[in-house]
Design a protein around this ligand. Structure first.
Ligand code: ADP
Ligand code: MG
Length: 392
C-alpha cells in the first residue's frame, strides 16, 4: 500500500530530521495447500500477499542502529555488529519485537555479511499473530534493510535471504519454524503461487488462474497451538516414518501407507495419513492450477481442511464455522484453515466477481454465529521483498 510507504517516509523525516536512503517492502504470506508437511520434507504452495512491512532506512554514522516500530510506538538502539541482546541507551533487554531485527543482524554477522549501523522506521499492515507471518515479513524487511545499506545487489539470492531470516527466528528469537514463511516473503511473485520442495528447496512459480481472488478470513481466535500440541504432531510423524522404515513421511507412497498402516498405533496412523495424503494433494494441485482447473483445486483445499480437522486434529469450532459458512456462499471454490491451526485464519478461493459479496456475507454470518468480530481481507498474490534507493 502506497500510503504505508508515505507514512514510514514521513515518520523517518520526523524522527531523524533527514530523508531516508532506502524504502523496503516485505510481504506476509498465505499457504494455499500443503499444511503441516514442511517438517515432513513435503511440498508447500504459499503465495506472498499484498500486505506488507514497509521500512524507511538510511546508513547511520553512529555506532549503533536505531529502529522505530511505528505500530507499537517503541524505539530501540543496539549495536548490530555484536550479538545484540540489550538496548544501548538504557541497557535493558530488547523488547520482544526487536528480537526479530536484532536476530537478523546476528544471522547476517554469523554468515559473514556486513551489518552497518542503520536508522530505520517501520510499519506493517500484516495482522500480527494471525498466521499470516507478520514475523517473517519483519525479518525479510530487515535482511533487505541491512543488505541495502551494505550495498549488496538485490538479485543476490532471495532464498539465501530467506534462510538468514529463518535462522534468526529459530536460533535467536527461539521459534522452531520451517523455511516456508521466509521463503514466501522473499520469493513471492505477483499473481503467482510458489511451489516449494521443502527437502531440496527447489521451487517454481505457478500462475494463478484469472478470475479468482484469495480471501483470508481471520476468526479473531488467537492461535494457541501450544508448543506441546505442535511437538506432539511432529514426533507422531517421526515415529510413523520410523515404523514404516522411511527417512521421512515424504518417502512413503500412499499405496504403501495403506498397505502398512495397521503396523502403526491408531493415533499415529491418523496423523501420518494426513501428511501422506496432503503431500499427494499438493503435488496434484500444481497440475490443476496449471490447467486452470479452479474447481478441482478448490476441492483439494476442502479435503485439506477436512483432513486437518478429522485426522490431524488442529482445527477448532470457530475455524470450522468459518469454513462451513464460506462453502455455502456463492463463488467459493474452496475453504480451509491455513497455518498451524487452533485459531487464526482461513483461506478461501473465490470468483473475483463474487469477492465483495462473499467477504461481506462471510463476516456477517460468522459474527452472528460466534459473537466474534472477524476480519476479512481480499488479497492478491504479490511480489516478494524488495528495496529501492531514493534518489537525492
Ligand atoms: P505471525 O503469525 O503474525 O508471524 P508471530 O507470533 O510469529 O505471528 O509474530 C508476531 C510478532 O512479530 C509480534 O509479536 C511482533 O513481535 C513482531 N511483529 C510483527 N509485526 C510487527 C510490527 N508491525 N511492528 C513490530 N513488531 C511486529
Ligand atoms: Mg510468525
Amino acid at each position: 500500500m502506497d500510503n504505508l510507504r508515505a507514512h514510514v517516509t514521513q515518520q523517518f523525516q520526523q524522527t531523524f530530521q533527514s530523508e531516508p536512503d532506502f524504502i523496503i517492502r516485505a510481504p506476509g504470506r498465505v499457504n494455499l495447500l500443503g499444511e503441516h508437511v514442511d517438517y515432513n520434507d513435503g511440498f508447500v504452495l504459499p503465495a506472498a500477499i499484498d500486505r506488507a512491512v514497509w521500512i524507511a532506512c538510511s546508513r547511520a554514522s553512529a555506532l549503533h542502529s536505531t529502529l522505530l516500530a511505528v505500530d507499537l510506538a517503541e524505539r530501540v538502539s543496539f549495536s548490530s555488529e555484536t550479538i545484540p541482546t540489550k538496548t544501548d541507551l538504557e541497557a535493558k533487554p530488547l523488547p520482544h519485537w526487536a528480537k526479530y531485527p536484532a536476530g537478523v543482524a546476528w544471522a547476517l554477522n554469523e554468515a559473514g555479511y556486513e551489518t552497518p549501523s542503520i536508522n530505520a522506521v517501520f510499519t506493517s499492515d500484516v495482522p500480527r499473530g494471525s498466521g499470516l507471518s507478520s514475523s517473517a515479513a519483519v525479518e525479510m524487511g530487515f535482511v533487505s534493510a541491512w543488505q541495502a545499506a551494505a550495498g549488496v545487489q538485490r538479485d543476490a539470492g532471495a532464498m539465501t535471504r530467506a534462510q538468514l531470516g529463518q535462522r534468526a527466528e529459530n536460533q535467536y528469537v527461539g521459534v522452531n519454524c520451517g523455511i516456508m514463511d521466509q521463503f514466501a516473503s522473499a520469493c513471492g511473485k505477483r499473481d503467482h503461487a510458489l511451489y516449494l520442495d521443502c527437502r531440496s528447496l527447489e521451487w517454481q512459480t505457478i500462475p494463478l488462474p484469472e478470475g479468482i481472488v484469495i480471501v483470508i478470513a481471520d476468526t479473531a481466535v488467537p492461535r494457541s497451538l501450544s508448543d506441546s500440541a505442535y511437538n506432539e504432531r511432529r514426533s507422531a510423524c517421526e515415529e510413523a516414518a520410523r515404523l514404516l522404515g522411511a527417512k521421512s513421511l515424504r518417502d512413503v507412497r500412499l499405496e504403501d501407507f495403506h498397505r502398512n498402516k495397521d503396523r502403526l498405533p491408531e493415533l499415529i496412523a491418523r496423523r501420518a495419513q494426513h501428511v501422506v495424503e496432503e503431500i499427494q494433494r499438493t503435488e496434484q494441485s500444481v497440475f490443476l492450477l496449471r490447467q486452470g482447473n479452479v474447481k478441482a483445486f478448490g476441492r483439494l483445499m476442502n479435503e485439506c481442511h477436512d483432513s486437518l480437522r478429522d485426522l490431524y486434529e488442529v482445527s477448532c469450532p470457530e475455524l470450522n464455522m468459518m469454513v462451513n459458512i464460506a462453502r455455502e456462499l456463492n463463488g467459493c471454490y474452496g475453504a480451509r484453515l491455513t497455518g498451524a491451526g487452533f485459531g487464526g485464519c482461513t483461506v478461501n478461493l473465490v470468483a473475483r466477481t463474487e469477492a465483495e459479496s462473499f467477504a461481506r456475507a462471510l463476516a456477517y454470518r460468522y459474527a452472528r454465529e460466534t459473537n466474534k468480530e472477524p476480519k476479512v481481507y481480499i488479497c492478491r498474490a504479490d511480489d516478494g521483498a524488495e528495496w529501492c534507493k531514493i534518489q537525492p
